[in-house]
Ligand binder design. Structure first.
Ligand code: PLP
Length: 259
């Protein structure tokens, strides 16, 4: 989009730490905004947003958090942390269907976005203004079915006991998965202390591991997993969000043990 920016490049398996953020801000005194991914879905790293936010806000920067794969499944104190823009989507931890994303914004910051966007379709101010003036109307064709599904998903989130209860279930899913995979001889890519409860990367158990064969065998049993996406190691990923429960992960790892 031609926006001047500094990319603070880390290793794929490295967590964003308060030290890294302090250094980046000190090296870029002209910076006005800071953006970070909460749960990094390619590896499964969970970045410590609660530890980073005070540094960013203390330096007077606008804080943007990509919470695509965490919002709804991991508690986030948006107001308390002073997050200015939090971005998420209908189809991750809210457990709706794909079709739209949404932004939770500080109104005073949103108001500064008028006429700023370089993109027609991603003009958040214009979208907001249209919704405010048009009784919730989308600027373009409203994704009606997706919004209805989102409404249902929110009811289900509430019925489950809210974000705290969903977080507890995802944690148990994750713990069940990792325990069972370790018993089956697999190792996780990341250390437990930087691992999110959302998606987990596992290392290939041997150099001749046949991922395609492993994938097909699990698929035949009703489980679809993800290939790895990182360059540092041969990995595959298993997600544990959605309408899935610890018993599903016990069944999965019982099958993995027989392969
Ligand atoms: C899934 C994901 C995206 C993309 O979300 P879509 O719903 O596919 O648009 C972006 N960032 C992160 C961290 C994600 O997990």
């Amino acid at each position: 989009a031609g926006i001047p920016h500094v990319h603070v490049a880390l290793k794929e398996t490295e967590q964003v730490t308060p030290e890294i953020v302090k250094k980046a801000i000190a090296e870029n005194p002209d910076a006005t905004h800071f953006s970070v991914v909460h749960c990094e879905t390619t590896t499964g790293i969970l970045n410590p947003v609660a530890d980073l936010a005070p540094i960013v806000k203390g330096a007077g920067l606008t804080l943007i958090v990509d919470a695509m794969s965490s919002f709804g499944g991991i508690p986030i104190d948006i107001r308390g942390l002073g997050i200015d823009f939090l971005i998420s989507s209908a189809n991750k931890c809210i457990q709706g269907v794909p079709g739209f994303c949404f932004v939770i914004a500080r109104r005073s910051e949103l108001e500064k976005c008028k006429g700023v966007s370089r993109s027609l379709s991603l003009d958040i101010y214009d979208q907001w203004e249209t919704m405010e003036k048009g009784g919730g109307k989308w600027r373009f064709t409203s994704p009606t079915h997706v919004v209805r599904a989102f409404f249902q998903a929110l009811q289900e989130l509430k019925a489950e006991g809210g974000v705290a209860a969903r977080y507890a279930r995802y944690r148990e899913n994750h713990d069940t998965l990792v325990k069972g995979m370790r018993e089956a001889g697999f190792r996780t890519l990341l250390a437990d202390d930087i691992q999110s409860p959302i998606i987990t990367s596992f290392l290939y158990p041997s150099a001749d591991f046949d991922f395609a064969d492993f994938y097909e065998k699990l698929k035949a049993e009703g489980f679809v997993i993800y290939p790895g996406k990182i360059s540092e190691a041969d990995t595959f990923r298993i997600g544990n969000i959605g309408d899935v429960f610890p018993a599903d992960f016990r069944r999965l790892t019982d099958i993995v043990r027989t392969l």
